[in-house]
Design a protein around this ligand. Structure first.
Ligand SMILES: Cc1ncc(COP(=O)(O)O)c(C=O)c1O
Length: 367
């Protein structure tokens, strides 16, 4: 229960066959960047299909999700601008912000009120600069969801504000048919840029940014250094993502099943008295706190056949280690029952239902 392959499509025979067919037809590498020789027609098909799926006018695909954030953010902004950015943002977002040279203005995690205060202050000091706000749709460790309606509402305070949503963990999971967090809130149009990856629900590797201003998207296509100066995706990866997207569109019941399973897991953990934090997505962390204890809990689960690695600093703040549980829609009811039984016994052994000071001493030799 550790993978980001939320819909279990990485093992779907149709995805595997389409990747194998593409590799047989086009080879295993394009031998250069999209600009040089790697711009296969599959790129265009995938970009058009994704744009239609998301309800955006244009999509620019990069070779990784990391590269999409790095390349897009750094080319959209200049040192004259400023970026309001959620404090829990992914490293690739921060790298993009740093590379842009724009002033980084972090706001408290998932707090639109904090963003509003920071926006006010930053705007006062730099009335000419372009304001840009970045949040993730679903936060990958805590499984909590951005307060998108409140973030969009900041546009009434500052109409020039552009909103960039990293929906790496929302695509394929949130919203109608897995169309993502913006679709979940009915705010696709108001969300200026939607970023996503193929490395989670879409069973491949690669990343993209979607937007409605075709001139800006064309600019990105020609200015993103991570796109221009990096090798194009192999055909197999493009074909896998395209087929996964087709399956997602044709079989929305996969998304429904994922939510059903996640609901059972969350309810089960809560009944055990475990702390699942602010999670309201299909990522369900169990808060453990201590890094070593998290490793022991994870080891105890593994001994019962459950792979759920611990997330420790710097993936989470210091002293806030978790076991990150992320079910897939292809898990069976029997597997869900096994996970719950294993977690119940391990949690009981380590007193995870108790406040940290009342738990048994942490014993590294614990088996
Ligand atoms: C929120 C977020 N953004 C971007 C990325 C980068 O995506 P990729 O791993 O596909 O390069 C990740 C992946 O871990 C992520 O969790």
């Amino acid at each position: 229960v550790a993978s980001n392959d939320y819909l279990g499509l990485a093992h779907d025979p149709r995805v595997r066959e389409s990747a194998a067919r593409a590799a047989n037809q086009w080879g295993t590498s394009e031998g250069g960047s999209r600009f040089l020789c790697g711009n296969l027609s599959l790129y265009q098909q995938l970009e058009e299909r994704l744009a239609a799926f998301l309800g955006k006018k244009a999509v620019v695909v990069h070779s990784t999700g990391f590269g999409a954030n790095l390349g897009a953010i750094s080319c959209l902004l200049t040192p004259r601008d400023y970026i309001l950015c959620d404090r829990h943002s992914h490293a690739s977002i921060l790298s993009g912000c740093q590379a842009s040279g724009a002033r980084l203005v972090p706001f408290a995690h998932n707090s639109a009120a904090s963003a509003a205060r920071r926006l006010d202050r930053a705007r006062g000091g730099n009335p000419q600069g372009l304001p840009f706000l970045i949040s993730e749709g679903v936060f990958s460790m805590q499984g909590d969801v951005a307060p998108l309606p409140e973030l969009v509402a900041l546009k009434s305070q500052e109409p020039r504000l552009l909103l960039y949503l990293d929906d790496a963990h929302g695509l394929g999971v949130m919203g109608p048919g897995g169309r993502g967090t913006a679709a979940h809130f009915g705010l696709t149009r108001q969300t200026d840029f939607i970023m996503g990856t193929f490395s989670k629900s879409l069973a491949s590797i690669g990343g993209f940014v979607a937007g409605d201003d075709e001139t800006v998207m064309d600019f990105m296509r020609h200015q993103s250094r991570a796109l221009i100066f990096s090798a194009a995706l192999p055909a197999a990866n493009l074909a896998a993502a395209l087929t996964a997207l087709e399956i997602l569109e044709a079989e929305p019941e996969r998304v429904e099943r994922l939510w059903r399973i996640a609901g059972q897991v969350r309810d089960g953990f809560k009944q055990m008295g475990l702390d699942t934090g602010a999670s309201c997505s299909t990522i369900i962390p169990v808060t453990v706190g201590d890094d070593l204890l998290a490793c022991l809990v994870s080891k105890g689960l593994l001994q019962q056949g459950i792979f759920a690695p611990p997330a420790v600093f710097p993936a989470v703040p210091r002293g806030r280690a978790i076991i990150r549980v992320a079910p897939k829609s292809t898990h069976s009811d029997e597997q869900v029952a096994r996970l719950l039984a294993a977690m119940a016994s391990v949690a009981q052994r380590h007193g995870l239902h108790l406040p940290p000071r009342e738990r048994p001493p942490i014993n590294p030799g614990h088996r």
